[in-house]
Write a protein that binds this ligand. Structure first.
Ligand code: ZN
Length: 359
């Protein structure tokens, strides 16, 4: 994700802070300064930082639970709406997913419980009620209870929704469970959004939108993976594409692209083996910066994965996701170019095989 700063790593997972979170801190500081002066501004910012430390601890609850099942996590990003742990894969066994989903909120329960145990429940309740001067810890306990309860709402893809999906997956399989959890998530998001609208709480509307689109994205992802587990790259790749040799010039590529709807042109060596991909954007930049007499190899993408067309689609999808390239070049048994797998072509396979996809 762009616009984020790295704060360092904990146990091999990088912690990043998104620029909007820094803006959020500045906004809290300014708002508290206006109402209560300098001390209020410092308290406000300290409190938010303390809460986000708890959010990071929550994410590490998920991360350490997932690590038990062999899933690594590259980084955690702090956004104003909370933290997002980007795991390389979430364990797909329902029981494991259930444990990973519940481990985060459990951390908040433990933090709140520890504060209440140290200060005593009566002291916590008292300082929350009458405006006592040092309310940071009691407020932190309350915030952690709220975080635990809020995250356990069964709104997929929030933790409670993931737990629900895992429970449903025990009964009906992962694809249908995700579909149902997504629909429940949509209903809850809609309710939360309307509630935020009538109560004048834009943050609820923001979270509702995050749930709505997050549920859609994960549902699509799950379906893509399910469809890919039963197909090979050749089933989903684009064929019949125009290609160019390594000796072709940018002017030739431009002439080709003018007459074609094709977005990217595979570049092949003299044995028809794929060596790179010329994108529309790359071509436009090349023409602008260097003119038409340069070879296509000077601007083509070189780090595009090449996989055999007979390989499983799951491998193609994961190469697409991890490389960040616009496509995967597929080769035949002799290493010659056979087709191009893109997210769009995968989506089309999903669209036409949708009826057949279930598990
Ligand atoms: Zn969580």
């Amino acid at each position: 994700m762009g616009w984020s700063l790295s704060l360092g790593s904990i146990a091999g997972t990088r912690i990043r802070i998104h620029i909007t979170f820094l803006m959020f801190l500045a906004w809290i500081g300014a708002a508290s300064w206006q109402t209560g002066g300098q001390q209020a501004a410092i308290d406000g910012v300290l409190f938010i930082i303390a809460i986000f430390a708890c959010v990071v601890a929550h994410e590490f609850g998920h991360i350490f639970a997932a690590r038990r099942y062999g899933a690594r996590t590259r980084d955690v990003i702090l956004l104003p709406i909370g933290g997002i742990a980007r795991m390389e894969q979430i364990p797909e066994k329902p029981a494991q997913e259930l444990v990973v989903a519940l481990a985060g909120p459990l951390v908040n329960v433990v933090i709140a419980g520890a504060i209440i145990a140290v200060l005593g429940p009566d002291a916590v309740a008292a300082s929350l009620n009458d405006n006592a001067p040092s309310r940071l810890l009691p407020e932190l306990a309350a915030a952690n209870m709220f975080l635990a309860v809020f995250n356990l709402l069964p709104a997929f893809p929030m933790d409670g929704g993931r737990a629900l999906r895992a429970l449903l997956a025990l009964k009906m399989g992962r694809v249908r469970a995700t579909d149902l959890a997504t629909r429940i998530g949509h209903v809850l998001a809609l309710g939360m959004g309307l509630w935020g609208l009538t109560q004048g709480k834009p943050i609820l509307m923001l979270i509702a939108a995050f749930i709505w689109f997050g549920a859609n994205a994960e549902n699509r992802q799950t379906q893509l993976h399910a469809a890919s587990s039963r197909a090979c790259i050749a089933d989903a790749m684009l064929t019949g594409l125009a290609t160019l040799g390594t000796g072709a010039l940018l002017s030739e590529a431009a002439a080709l692209m003018v007459h074609s709807t094709q977005g990217d042109v595979p570049i092949l060596d003299e044995h028809d083996r794929p060596v790179g991909l010329l994108t529309r954007g790359g071509l436009a930049h090349g023409l602008h910066d260097m003119g038409g007499d340069m070879p296509v190899t000077s601007v083509m993408l070189r780090d595009v994965p090449v996989l055999p067309a007979a390989e499983g689609l799951e491998a193609g999808l994961s190469a697409l996701e991890h490389s960040g390239a616009p496509g995967v070049l597929a080769s035949d048994a002799y290493g010659r170019f056979a087709g191009l797998l893109t997210l769009e072509s995968l989506g089309r396979l999903l669209l036409f095989k949708r009826g057949a996809v279930s598990d």
